[in-house]
Write a protein that binds this ligand. Structure first.
Ligand SMILES: [Zn+2]
Length: 128
């Protein structure tokens, strides 16, 4: 009993050190009817019904754990577009810029995060 517990703890310890906090795998897209309560890192949830998406949700890739929600309705600005590629990876346009919290600014391109210049440099999604 005790030994088994110890082994399990050791196994978890090894896993914790082998697995990075944020996945090295590219972001992929999952279609959902609603924003999930818990977001899996490395997944962009395309929320909508009947092939129409009204928002995309993902966990902030900086590791702060925040949920980022991006509006995808054409009538509402800003409006993001998502492209799901044949290999399951996803691109988001324009760039994502958090105005609160960690203030991360990045582009998601074919499942890969490309970090942008620090906040305040004047770049970012147009909100006209
Ligand atoms: Zn963050």
């Amino acid at each position: 009993m005790k030994l088994r517990e110890r082994l399990e703890r050791l196994g978890q310890w090894v896993l914790d050190r082998l697995l990075p906090a944020e996945p090295a795998r590219p972001f992929r897209a999952i279609t959902a009817a609603d924003v999930p309560a818990v977001l899996t890192p490395g997944v962009v949830y395309l929320v909508g019904e009947g092939g129409h998406h009204w928002c995309a949700a993902l966990r902030c890739p900086c590791g702060c754990g925040a949920t980022i929600q991006l509006g995808m309705l054409r009538e509402v600005r800003p409006c993001w577009g998502a492209t799901v590629h044949a290999n399951g990876t996803v691109s988001l346009t324009p760039s994502v810029w958090r105005r609160v919290g960690c203030r991360s600014h990045f582009v998601l391109e074919r499942g890969r995060i490309r970090w942008c210049s620090p906040a305040g440099s004047g770049a970012g999604p147009r909100t006209h």
